[in-house]
Design a binder for this molecule. Structure first.
Ligand code: SF4
Length: 362
């Protein structure tokens, strides 16, 4: 007699929403509260198999296991920095695709800091936006991640400790994968999911206007960061080749709409590149574009990536840029750098890993 091994299901349970779970269980003739039980196990308790769900009847666990998987991605590499308060993990999503996720712990004793633990997630493998200063952008786009693959990055860290904040700032453009980004956010804030505060979640975009509109319309109430990196369209198109038809004014307008729809402040990210976009005159030009907007500018001194040919400005130039913005009444801070020694700029761990793998192959 031939032994037939049942195929392993490939559909991940967390690609379903909470409403989908309720519908599924009602179709299966199960009580409504099953959705809450399964959500608790999958998110709050970080279960990786239905076997672990000890308060579910065995036949239901078996049925779930024949249709869905809850498996967590294998960890390919982990690096730590900043005395262990920055941890970066490279997760294997199969088919040669790996994504990175970073946890940064902030100490309440540090000036201007609340005690928090922030996870930075990737939303795509690679990225099609092609920002000239970004390692991921130079590698090109592979594919969108699913909601379950985005959540897996947060769950990787919640299994070993508390996570208070999530920022969508890893590899990829979240608003080029808006449906999966919003689905992941809904599980992060759902009371039967990870039950996080929407205020603790930030979506960072290079400025896809349709995506910003959709995020506003969905009223998920998350913080929004728009990467500007330039005070005018001509320079911005050079730094972000795909910025194309979206002007700085379009983005300021999109920010205005987001603020009025969500009542949340919008942050503009500005990577400072030595001699490119970091003069005091450019700071004043930027201030003029943002005047009257309830906005905040986060200055990010560039973290050089191999081969990009761009430099980090001196501390003095960074301070002068910040002071010029503040002098024009614009609220501006300089990002506290984390994990510089483990290359925390997006895409860099993956590049290092790929390089090591190549080295072991030749
Ligand atoms: S900076 Fe962000 S949007 Fe730009 S290429 Fe890199 S990952 Fe993509």
């Amino acid at each position: 007699m031939d032994l037939v091994t049942p195929a392993t299901p490939t559909r991940h349970l967390l690609d379903l929403s909470f409403d989908d779970l309720e519908t599924l269980f009602s179709e299966w003739g199960e009580p409504r509260y099953r959705a809450r039980q399964v959500a608790h196990w999958s998110l709050k308790r970080g279960a990786v198999s239905f076997e672990q769900m000890s308060d579910l009847p065995a036949p239901l666990r078996e049925r779930l296991a024949t249709e869905f998987t809850l498996a967590a991605p294998a960890v390919l590499a982990t690096t730590t920095a900043d005395d262990g308060s920055t941890v970066k993990a490279l997760l294997d999503l199969g088919g040669g695709v790996a994504v990175e996720t970073v946890r940064m712990d902030y100490d309440a004793d540090a000036p201007h800091e609340r005690e928090r633990s922030t996870v930075c997630v990737s939303t795509q493998a690679g990225c099609a936006m092609g920002c000239v200063f970004c390692a991921t952008g130079q590698q090109g786009f592979t594919r969108n991640l699913t909601p379950a693959e985005i959540l897996a990055q947060v769950l990787h860290f919640t299994r070993s400790g508390r996570v208070t904040n999530v920022v969508f700032m890893g590899m990829g453009e979240p608003l080029a994968n808006t449906a999966a980004t919003i689905a992941a956010v809904r599980w992060l804030v759902h009371p039967d999911g990870l039950d996080m505060r929407a205020r603790g979640i930030t979506v960072s975009t290079v400025g896809l206007r349709a995506g910003i509109r959709r995020l506003a319309a969905e009223r998920v109430q998350v913080g929004l960061t728009i990467s500007l990196h330039a005070p005018n369209d001509e320079l911005r198109r050079r730094l972000i080749p795909t910025a194309g038809g979206t002007s700085v004014d379009d983005l300021v307008e999109a920010a205005r709409e987001y603020i009025s729809a969500n009542g949340r402040r919008v942050t503009f990210a500005y990577a400072l590149l030595d001699g490119v976009n970091d003069s005091e005159e450019q700071a004043r030009e930027l201030a003029a574009r943002l005047r009257g907007l309830q906005a905040h500018v986060n200055l990010i001194p560039y973290n050089p990536t191999a081969g990009a040919g761009l430099r980090r400005p001196s501390r003095e130039r960074v301070r002068a840029f910040q002071r010029a913005l503040q002098g024009e009444g614009i609220n501006a801070t300089v990002r506290v750098e984390r994990g510089v020694e483990i290359a925390a700029a997006c895409g860099q761990l993956r590049t290092d890993y790929a390089r090591r793998e190549l080295l072991t192959l030749v």
